[in-house]
Design a protein around this ligand. Sequence first.
Ligand SMILES: [Zn+2]
Length: 470
Amino acid sequence: MRKPLFLLFAFAASTSLIAQSPSQPDWTQLEAETMKHFQAIIRLDSTDPPGNEKPVVDYLKQVLEAEGIAVEIFALEPNRPNLVARIKGNGAKRPLLIVGHTDTVNVDPKKWSHPPFSADREGGWVYGRGTVDDKDNVVANLMTLLMIKRLRVPLDRDVIAMFEAGEEGASRLGVQFMANQHFDKIDAEFCYAEGGGGTRTGGVMKFARIQTVEKIPRAITVTSKGVAGHGSVPLESNALAHLGEAVGAIAAWTPPLRLNETTAAYFKRLASVSTPEEAARYRDVLNPDPKISGPADAYIRKNEPSHWSMLRTSLSPTIITGGYRNNVIPSEGTATIDTRLAPDEDPAKFLELVKQVVNDPAVEVTYGARDTRPPTPAAKLDSDAFKALESNVTKHYKVITLPTMSTGATDMAYLRQKGIQCYGIGPAADSEDGPKGFGAHSDQERILESELFRFVRFNWDAVIDLARAK
Ligand SMILES: [Zn+2]
């Protein structure tokens, strides 16, 4: 290839010359290579459960080692390995970790117009499970490593890639195992992982989201107790009636509005690219005066539920159990409330508020067991990593960057807990595609080839801007 020759020359001439004008890979040539690797890993079924990420890891290992990039494998279960590859920098700065997960959610093959592991290309799309979650990030990180190595980019910080297992429900084998048992292998100042992405509407880029913080999943258990009796004799203490009222009150309640740096910036910036009507609402909801924020908040509750959840700790009743036969009033009923705490919420104080909402001595409100995530501080919006990402959103997508708080949980929580500042990124997708049944975790999954390639270029630049020797 031509580039390495040029680079070798430049190297000899001056390393600072490279630092100021890093050579760009030959993207046209690399698109074919990107597609080859992407299709190869889409064709390896790593649906979780059962996972079986090993064939994907074997593939990545073989590609990386063929280029002289050393890899290390860490596995709690033999078929579910994690792969770590590190390209060394000069140590002037702490490492950058880039993360992709190699497992996918399951499939129902009947629902697919193109078989889920075909990686078929049609009409500018690639079809297959994992195309947007998360084999897109996997291939972008793979290509970035290959190019750093081939172009011999001098680095101020190590670039570490982690290809992790078990993100879709078995994180004890993946990120938890790595963060708890092998943290020295992935310790970094910053990380990029899945969790953000661009939004296109009508084929036009609208904005890009970069995830900097997430809500903390908890469960509230509501238990009501009453006197058991014959169904033919109504009792005021009926446990199910009390439970029903409690659940209804919780669902109807509007928990206090709670903004943080990320969500405040999100709505402020979103307003700048919204219709005047929407923009007024996003500005109103940030207003400290409840008389102004209240009506906007009420509208958002009805019409934009995910935005409403971003504005507070949220409560969704998800399970109700009680009773066992037609003619018996049971003495107990329980409900589970999926609770997503705002990152700075005090869990104990919040529980007290819920108790006041229920306001029934026959009903007990407690935190129940569930898989949770550690509460972590948000990644900073003024860090070098965020700046690198934002400037490359401008460069590659020419839209505004929205710092975002996920209402759901991601593996980044385990890394942020260890002090790594993590940012969620991803390719652009059409907002029309989700409702049609294509998207992460949907019946079908696909990605625009052009957006896959653009994301690979974006990812490269965002890594290089942060890591190359300056
Ligand atoms: Zn994912």
